[in-house]
Design a binder for this molecule. Structure first.
Ligand code: FAD
Length: 418
């Protein structure tokens, strides 16, 4: 049996690894000139690897740790939420330093999110509607949009409570966070060793029948018995590749029902760290709403990163890169209480995943009324199988470990077809 895998991101590599290790012939077709997809480490921006896509391992039990240990790497713990600083205008302050009413509201928001886990069948409404029903006012919803919805790359008004509750119940990964000193790309490169991966092979047409699969790509035509599609939802929504015959009605519904919003990173390097060494995470209700420090104290790392999603990312993407970076810098000045950042900044760059034709956004979310979209997207159709972060209906979508688990699931499906 020969299997084609479309996409060499975390899910595609995980599928390929499991099949290859089971003795199955696997060919991975990747549109870009690199592997990793939404994993992309930059080793030139600073004196240490800086992530342009996925950065954290979310959870002490995330399956990613299995790979990290096997690769001989050591994850570095990061305490973002325990050291969260919030700003209502001036410099960002640790929660303990905020007026008590503000602090209580922020803590109550996180509790309200966690409480979704214990509501057996939460009404399938938006996170905004759920919070309003629990007495949170407009001001609190602005904070929730930054601290809860932005993380999910979603506007608070279109983020399904039912899907959040599902994820909270399915979560096996835990809450602690880690980074990889060597960078995520190094991990994936190790995981992809010995695999047959053809880069520059953007799939344009997938012909499928009970007899097998023919994939037409920019790098030629490839034949296999089965195909695992691990492409981002935004790419599938854009109609690339075309499927012949077209995918079934359920699959098309799921692809259309999931929402994909842009996700944009602004990265800055300064001549020296212009913040105290304890700064890990700060946020406010601006456009450049969430910031963290990707460096490690030992390296005296003077790098800070903003990650904006949904409407905020759209606003940053509408500016040219220089103006977007300047806008971010102005907000950072307020958050740090400094006025010299423009002079001290020695490198800056923007990474707009919404403008990337092979990602078409950050990661997919489920709007109210579409709770079935993830499992339907994951269902196989004849000789086609589906993986990718958005299909991780039984773990944590929107993550690297969810993508890996989805790849393993698709590989197991293929193995049962032998
Ligand atoms: C800015 C950002 C920050 C993130 N932060 C985190 C984080 O801190 N922690 C975390 O766990 N997750 C994070 N994520 C999410 C995580 O990156 C993804 O969930 C995961 O990497 C998705 O893997 P995947 O294999 O499903 O998709 P992808 O990585 O997108 O892989 C799909 C592959 O398909 C390729 N492709 C596209 N079109 C074609 C085509 N026509 N033919 C062939 N190949 C094609 C793409 O180039 C890509 O390589 C972040 C994502 C972004 C964008």
């Amino acid at each position: 049996m020969k299997i084609i895998i479309l996409g060499a991101g975390a899910s595609g590599i995980a599928t390929a690894r499991r099949l290859h290790d089971a003795g199955v012939a696997v060919q991975v077709l990747e549109a870009r000139d690199r592997i990793g997809g939404r994993i992309w480490t930059d080793c030139d921006f600073a004196s240490f690897p800086v992530e342009l896509g996925a950065e954290f391992i979310h959870g002490e039990h995330a399956v990613t740790h299995q790979l990290v240990a096997a690769a001989g790497m050591a994850p570095v713990p990061v305490d973002r939420y325990g050291k969260l600083r919030w700003s209502d205008g001036g410099p960002a302050l640790l929660l303990d330093m905020l007026p008590s009413e503000r602090r209580r509201m922020i803590v109550a928001l996180f509790r309200a999110l966690d409480a979704l886990r214990d509501i057996p069948e939460p009404a399938d409404r938006s996170l905004a509607a759920y919070l309003r029903a629990h007495g949170f006012d407009t001001g609190a919803l602005e904070v929730a949009d930054v601290l809860l919805a932005q993380t999910c790359c979603a506007p608070i008004e279109t983020l399904s409570c039912a899907d959040l509750a599902r994820e909270l119940r399915a979560d096996r990964a835990g809450k602690r966070e880690y980074r990889l000193r060597e960078g995520y790309t190094a991990l994936l490169t190790w995981y992809a060793r010995d695999l047959d991966i053809r880069c520059g092979a953007a799939a344009r047409l997938v012909r499928h029948s009970s007899g097998g699969v023919i994939v037409e790509t920019d790098a030629g035509v490839f034949h296999a018995d089965r195909c695992v599609v691990t492409l981002p939802v935004g790419v599938l929504q854009a109609g690339t590749p075309r499927f012949e015959p077209p995918l079934g009605a359920g699959k098309q519904w799921a692809i259309g029902a999931l929402r994909v919003e842009p996700g944009t990173r602004l990265l800055y390097r300064f001549d020296e760290p212009l913040w105290d060494r304890d700064l890990t995470f700060m946020a406010h209700a601006g456009v450049a709403a969430r910031w963290w420090t990707p460096g490690y104290p030992a390296e005296d790392a003077a790098v800070i990163v903003c990650y904006a999603t949904a409407d905020r990312a759209r606003m940053l993407d509408a500016l040219d890169a220089h103006d977007a970076l300047q806008a971010g810098l102005r907000e950072l000045q307020t958050l740090l209480g400094r006025d010299d950042l423009a002079q001290r900044c020695i490198a800056a760059t923007r990474v707009a995943w919404g403008a990337d034709p092979y990602a078409c956004g950050g990661y997919a979310h489920v709007p109210p009324g579409a709770a079935a979209a993830r499992p339907v997207l994951a269902e196989s159709e004849g000789v086609l199988h589906f993986a990718g972060e958005a299909t991780a209906f039984d773990s944590n979508p929107q993550t690297v470990h969810g993508a890996i688990e989805s790849g393993w699931r698709a590989a197991d499906e293929v193995l049962t077809c032998q």
